[in-house]
Ligand binder design. Structure first.
Ligand SMILES: [Zn+2]
Length: 443
């Protein structure tokens, strides 16, 4: 089947004014102005109302947190007290809750134009040992691409960490399960739907040995590594007290300074550390909304890119955003970046690049994130029909500046998964009703 996405209103690709051709799961051709597809097509999709982007890629999330959005116990706090308030509530998470949270979060992301999502799942209370399996099943059912990060916490209050005992596992259990899910689900090949990454949660929730053993496993199974780093000054103080080094030194000591690693947040780096991270090719998932909500600080995106680090975008967990909208993430990155760097340093094209190609590189992928022949056919199409766009002149700039938040169509691996702004294959109302009911268990 060859589909011509024909004559878009605008498209984020050079020399593709007449659109692109999809065959099977891939983009096979860009069609330049005045041109036509080089071979006959089976279907012509009239994209004259649509702005076409590569599918957005979410570099950081905690899907289970969709059940505790805007929670009265946690709102209006900074990270450490916010976490301490939520850990005991999250400890109630059961497999049925997680399944609905994953389905809801993936659907919410997809409706915003996201075609690949990373979830950092680090919560394994007793009974939830198969959390990764649940996430993989849900992603497969929805047809979205996913990097499921097998997260972990093994440093509880009794050992000087932040989380209570009820939500941590021991190192042996974590490493055995990491290997189990890598063997079962990780697909390092181009075009993969499911990849596994390893994600010890943060310096204040895991021990050093778990960091270095995870890095060893990642090398063996060729997967990415992910953790929260330099999110707050509380974290920096914790590292100095506990380990007598700064967070980036901890990363270095545990074998994480490589292209395999992408970090969530990456705010409190000094300039020398930015240079080291850049030389190592580490990725940073910038989570602007969460950083503003928790008043954590501002990621130094421009210096990181200039140093050679990859910048991607994440929405972060739904208890600190509290929505999972990738177009909002791009808009927030532009806004907060301009406060730091001025009006011309960060453009709509920069934040769209971060939310597509940049995030894809964080996840270790070069088969998605751009519109080019040979890449996977993951597309997000937006109309500019809502009142918020009326009178807009540059369609690509309008998506970010006027605040697009819902895609009209989303294609993943050559298949339409969102049609007319709704999931193509299931009823959204039923899902929201079931998810809302599940969330009552966390009141
Ligand atoms: Zn996070």
């Amino acid at each position: 089947m060859r589909i011509w996405i024909k004559d878009p209103l605008a498209i984020l690709a050079a020399d593709a004014a007449r659109g692109l051709v999809v065959e099977g799961t891939r983009i096979v051709e860009l069609v330049a102005a005045g041109g036509a597809p080089s071979a006959p097509v089976d279907v012509e999709f009239d994209a004259s109302r649509h702005v076409v982007l590569p599918g957005l890629v979410n570099a950081h999330h905690h899907f289970y947190q969709t059940l505790t959005r805007a929670h009265p116990s946690a709102i209006n706090r900074e990270l450490f007290p916010w976490l301490s308030a939520l850990y005991p509530i999250w400890a109630r998470l059961k497999p049925g809750h997680l399944r609905l949270a994953v389905r809801l979060a993936l659907t919410e992301l997809m409706l915003s134009g996201c075609t690949t999502a990373a979830d950092h799942h680090y919560l394994f209370p007793p009974g939830l040992e198969n959390a990764v399996d649940i996430e993989v099943e849900e992603a497969r059912a929805l047809g979205i691409r996913m990097t499921v990060t097998r997260g972990s916490m093994n440093l509880s209050e009794k050992d000087g960490g932040l989380p209570p005992d009820s939500v941590v596992q021991d190192e042996e259990t974590i490493l055995a399960d990491s290997e189990r899910v890598l063997k079962l689900f990780h697909d390092p090949k181009p075009g993969a739907q499911i990849r596994i990454a390893l994600g010890p949660c943060s310096p204040f929730t895991v021990g050093k040995r778990l960091m270095s053993e995870s890095a060893r496993l990642a090398e063996r199974y060729d997967c990415q590594l992910h953790t929260h780093l330099c999110e707050t000054q509380d974290e920096e103080r914790f590292c100095l007290d506990m380990y007598k080094v700064r967070p980036v030194d901890l990363l270095e000591e545990t074998g994480w300074m490589s292209k395999r690693t992408w970090l969530a947040h990456g705010i409190h780096f000094n300039s020398e550390e930015i240079g080291r991270l850049g030389r190592a090719g580490v990725g940073v998932g910038h989570c602007a909304a969460s950083n503003m909500v928790l008043a954590s600080g501002t990621c130094r995106t421009c210096e990181l890119e200039a140093a050679g680090a990859t910048v991607g975008l994440g929405v972060d967990g739904s208890a600190s955003n509290d929505s999972s909208n990738m177009m909002e993430a791009a808009r927030h990155a532009l806004m907060i970046g301009r406060l730091r760097y001025g009006a011309s340093a960060i453009t709509h094209l920069d934040v769209l690049r971060w939310g597509t190609e940049g995030s894809a590189r964080c996840l270790g992928r070069d088969d998605i994130g751009r519109l080019a022949p040979g890449l996977e056919a993951d597309l997000a199409l937006y109309t500019l029909d809502e009142p918020r766009f009326s009178g807009a002149h540059d369609p690509l700039a309008a998506l970010v500046l006027c605040g697009a938040h819902r895609a009209d169509r989303v294609m993943i691996a050559g298949r339409w998964r969102v049609v007319d702004g709704a999931p193509a294959d299931f009823d959204l109302g039923e899902l929201v009703a079931a998810h809302k009911a599940a969330a009552r268990d966390f009141a």
